[in-house]
Design a protein around this ligand. Structure first.
Ligand SMILES: [Zn+2]
Length: 359
């Protein structure tokens, strides 16, 4: 995630701290100092927030390590002031797998609460509900116990894409199929998100942020699932651009600029005897022009590392891949020969046409 600080690795997964998290710690120290707390109390507060977020990291690791069992890697875990986010390479599509991955996070907090419980039970964990400000010694553990209970309770709310919402989607998907299950879960998720925002406005500002996060998360994921459903029966060959412009490696940067002007293509494929050997993206070409390298050959400025797709590849999978890469642009190959091009713009166009036809 952007604007994040790498703080370490756990089980091979990179853990990031979002910069706003430091803002939260700063605010906390400021609030304590303003209240006239002793330096010990300030440290205890900070220590408590760090322990809280350690619980959140373990929760996210629960999701990640369960996903790993199903062959799904995790790009990173990022800590935000409103919680953690484990960015999985993809979401498991089998409902049973999604169910287990979703449950694994809160299950970690159940486990943590059970581990802490014997230490706090004798001092009356149930008398001091809430986070005590003298969070030292038994008070510290008690607060941590309640944090884990709250994490379980909060994640049980069926607000897709929060854990409870994912559990709901997975259960619905077992009967209704994924597209319809997602539509229902996302609808409920948005409704609850609006509730979070309204309740949060008067009571808890952080809930407003979570509400916004949930609302847009539900929207984006639903759109993505519905789009993939529209693309389900198609291959790259159905949607690719067959009318595209190419360059030869020996062409000059000036030739490339003229070719770009002559058509509406953003990126150009460099062909050598029918084989795609490189891609000259718009930013690469612009950089060459800025450096005044008009007579330099295309071979010298093009990118030789580029992703390709096969003509028979599933369009839904290519769409999912393109969503993760800004400015996706793939030469389409058949038996190593260039047959077409596919990019974000023409995937969107294909979707618009499919959606219009399906009405
Ligand atoms: Zn979770």
């Amino acid at each position: 995630m952007k604007n994040s600080l790498l703080i370490g690795r756990l089980a091979g997964i990179r853990i990031f701290l979002h910069w706003t998290f430091l803002l939260l710690l700063g605010f906390l120290v400021f609030a304590e100092v303003r209240r006239g707390s002793s330096s010990g109390a300030v440290l205890a507060s900070v220590g408590f927030v760090l322990a809280l977020f350690a619980c959140v990291v373990l929760h996210e690791l629960g999701h990640s390590l369960t996903a790993r069992r199903f062959g799904i890697g995790t790009r990173s875990i990022t800590l935000l002031p409103i919680g953690g986010v484990a960015t999985l390479e993809r979401m498991p599509e089998k409902p049973r797998q999604e169910l287990l991955v979703a449950l694994a996070g809160p299950a970690v907090n159940v486990l943590l609460a059970l581990i802490i419980y014997p230490f706090v039970a004798p001092v009356g964990a149930f008398e001091g509900i809430g986070i005590s400000h003298s969070a030292v010694g038994p008070g510290f553990l008690m607060a941590l116990f309640w944090v884990n209970v709250m994490l379980v309770v909060f994640n049980a709310i069926p607000a897709f894409p929060m854990d409870g919402g994912r559990v709901l989607r997975a259960l619905l998907a077992m009967r209704l199929g994924r597209p319809q299950a997602t539509a229902i879960a996302a609808g409920l998720g948005k409704l609850i998100a609006v509730g979070f925002v309204f309740y949060g406005l008067f009571n808890a500002p952080f809930l407003v942020l979570i509400g916004i996060f949930v609302y847009f998360g539900a929207h984006t994921e639903n759109v993505s699932v519905q789009h993939r459903e529209l693309l389900r029966d198609y291959t790259v060959g159905h949607a690719m651009i067959t009318n595209y412009l190419t360059l030869a490696p020996t062409d000059s940067v000036q030739d490339a600029a003229n070719t770009l002007l002559a058509g509406s293509d953003q990126d150009l494929i460099v062909l050598d005897q029918g084989q795609a050997v490189g891609v000259l993206t718009r930013p690469l070409l612009m950089a060459a022009l800025r450096d005044n390298r008009l007579t330099t050959t295309v071979a010298e400025v093009m990118s030789r590392e580029f992703d390709t797709v096969e003509i028979g590849d599933s369009l839904a999978q290519v769409y999912a891949r393109a969503q993760r890469q800004p400015n996706a642009f793939y030469p389409v190959l058949e038996n190593h020969r260039l047959r077409g091009v596919i990019d974000q713009g023409n995937l969107t166009e294909f979707l618009t046409i499919r959606a219009a036809l399906s009405h």
